[in-house]
Design a protein around this ligand. Structure first.
Ligand code: SF4
Ligand code: SF4
Length: 234
């Protein structure tokens, strides 16, 4: 089976074709074959090999996939995920996506002691399954034009903590995501489509918009229009 990899070294790019004598391999198995038998300089990341650690996300034919789960097909083109600096070949610096968690305050802000029931756990279960693979960050079109956009998985995490009974300061969370956050999202749903964990960042962003309304915020794209749809600035 033949497939191609966009190799990157010293910011120079080259598409190289490889042939692997494997039957229905996962992409990760094919990458490992290339590294062991053909070219030891090939660089990529992997960890758990079972769709849990999220470290092996790449683009296959421009779509985000986990290498350990994706079944390689003849002629596939594999390259590094987007919106992070490529360090080498398929390895991307994920500092930027990870820092967005900090910028979005996607953590417990002000802990308060609370009894957590099974029902409470259910409310945040799905969002807690995020494996930080950055696939949603890679596919998001807003990050093409606004590198400060907080991005889907950070906003999903904010929603997770907004729904956490132990959070005592929901207002700060809601305040922080007004800029470069929930209103910048186009609701295209691409993040939801690529998530290997079945998380729905688009819906979580929508729910955060509803929650923001409870705190007196409104969509800034419409705030300059009066009740009749006229923009008083014109
Ligand atoms: S729905 Fe929003 S966050 Fe998700 S990919 Fe589209 S623009 Fe980005
Ligand atoms: S929300 Fe889904 S796609 Fe995004 S980082 Fe988490 S697991 Fe990956």
């Amino acid at each position: 089976m033949k497939f191609k990899i966009k190799r990157v070294f010293d910011k120079k790019e080259e598409i190289v074709e490889y042939e692997v004598p494997l039957k229905e391999p996962t992409l990760l198995e094919a990458l490992e074959y290339v590294k062991i038998h053909i070219d030891r300089t090939l660089s990529f990341l992997s960890g758990c090999r079972s769709e849990v650690c999220g470290s092996c996300a790449v683009l296959v034919n421009s779509r985000e996939q986990l290498s350990c789960a994706y079944k390689l097909k003849e002629g596939d083109l594999v390259e590094a995920i987007r919106h992070g600096e490529v360090i080498r070949d398929l390895i991307v610096d994920i500092q930027k996506p990870l820092l967005s968690i900090k910028r979005a305050h996607a953590f417990l802000e002000d802990f308060k002691e609370s009894k957590i029931t099974k029902e409470d756990e259910k409310k945040i279960e799905r969002q807690s399954d995020c494996i930080l693979c950055s696939s949603c960050f890679s596919v998001c079109p807003v990050l093409e034009v606004n590198e400060n956009f907080l991005g889907p998985f950070s906003l999903t995490r904010v929603y997770r903590y907004v729904n956490d009974k132990r959070e005592n300061d929901i207002k700060t969370k809601i305040d922080i995501i007004q800029k470069n956050g929930i209103w910048d999202c186009t609701l295209c749903g691409e993040c939801t489509a690529v998530c290997p964990q079945g998380i729905d960042p688009k819906n979580d962003i929508l729910m955060l918009r509803v929650k923001s309304g409870e705190f007196g915020y409104q969509d800034p794209n419409f705030s300059s229009f009066d009740n009749f749809g006229f923009n008083p600035n014109f």
